[in-house]
Write a new protein. Structure first.
Length: 321
């Protein structure tokens, strides 16, 4: 009888040790800030940063309720820790922040960024009707893929999105399928795209947390980073623009000085629709470290004060105080 009790006691101790080891192992996965997802589009397995590792609102000394934006998240790039968040998992409309996904999918799917792509007249008629923002290319213009990518990110050109989407996917909807596949692969669990431009659609939504995952991933690509951090860019000559076109980044256009205390704002992508409000995905470097800030839902429009940019200055300047 005594031996039986000892065996039962040892069994319980062994079971307890196994549970502790398993829990500890799972905790280590989360705390290391790494999550692994299989790209269902058939590409290689990617290591994607998890943004659930650390949460600390004390890293920024301004109350989050003082932000103009209804949704915000601040992430430190090197360890993927969340330093501040406000309604970060609430559904939002991304407006032109959609184009971050459009650009990174196009970069990864195009083997030759010097390839010329035709922009057919039929595409422009639909964009004119939708009053979409355009980079300045003309119907039937032949444009290098790399120039279309800069046209997507700097002046937020919808014709550049459709041109690349049609060329890569065969149609915009086929390309959007690749965007949604990428979102799943990255763990953007509250995101669904219906177009490549960010034009308003009730079924086209995301969260600022999902967008921070996307931007953190995209910035690992050198081509994307170069485009995202460019303030100006001049395209190659085309059949419609023999001297090329010079773009200016819509964020930098509204910034007198990108310098912040201890660093500078390196790049950004603005977005706006009436339903989405003023949005901004930005990258800053401060005291030798890089930070991503994604905000959405600020009141205003293209003609008003740019409250999305005001929020970026406020957060980045107070960071670490």
């Amino acid at each position: 009888m005594r031996n039986t009790k000892k065996r039962k006691s040892k069994s319980w101790i062994l079971l307890l040790m196994i549970v502790v080891i398993v829990i500890g192992y799972k905790s280590d996965i989360v705390l290391n800030g790494q999550s692994f997802f299989k790209n269902i589009g058939g590409d290689k397995v990617e290591s994607v940063p998890s943004l659930t590792a650390v949460v600390s609102n004390s890293a920024v000394s301004i109350p989050i309720d003082n932000l103009y934006s209804s949704n915000a998240i601040l992430v430190r790039m090197d360890n993927h820790s969340i330093l501040m968040q406000k309604n970060s998992t609430q559904k939002i409309y991304p407006a032109s922040l959609t184009k971050i996904m459009t650009a990174i999918v196009a970069i990864e799917k195009l083997p030759d960024l010097q390839k010329n792509i035709d922009l057919p007249n039929s595409m422009f008629q639909e964009l004119y009707k939708a009053d979409a923002s355009l980079a300045g290319f003309k119907p039937n213009e032949k444009v290098r893929a790399i120039d279309l990518l800069y046209g997507i990110m700097l002046p937020s050109g919808a014709e550049c999105c459709i041109g690349l989407a049609d060329n890569i996917g065969g149609s915009e909807q086929k390309f959007v399928e690749k965007m949604n596949q990428k979102a799943v692969a990255l763990g953007m669990s509250n995101t669904h795209f219906t177009n490549s431009t960010g034009l308003q659609d009730d079924n086209h939504y995301t969260t600022v947390k999902d967008l921070s995952i996307l931007l953190s991933y995209a910035l690992q690509n050198n081509t994307f980073r170069n485009i995202f951090t460019a303030s100006r860019y001049s395209t190659a000559p085309t059949n419609k623009h023999p001297e090329g076109i010079t773009f200016q980044n819509t964020m930098f256009k509204n910034i007198n000085n990108p310098v912040i205390k201890g660093g500078k704002i390196l790049g950004g992508k603005t977005g706006y629709t009436e339903e989405a409000g003023l949005c901004l995905a930005s990258l800053a470097q401060k005291d030798g470290k890089e930070y991503i800030l994604v905000t959405a839902g600020a009141k205003g429009n293209h003609e008003s004060e740019q409250y999305n940019i005001d929020d970026a200055y406020a957060v980045f300047n107070k960071l670490g105080k």
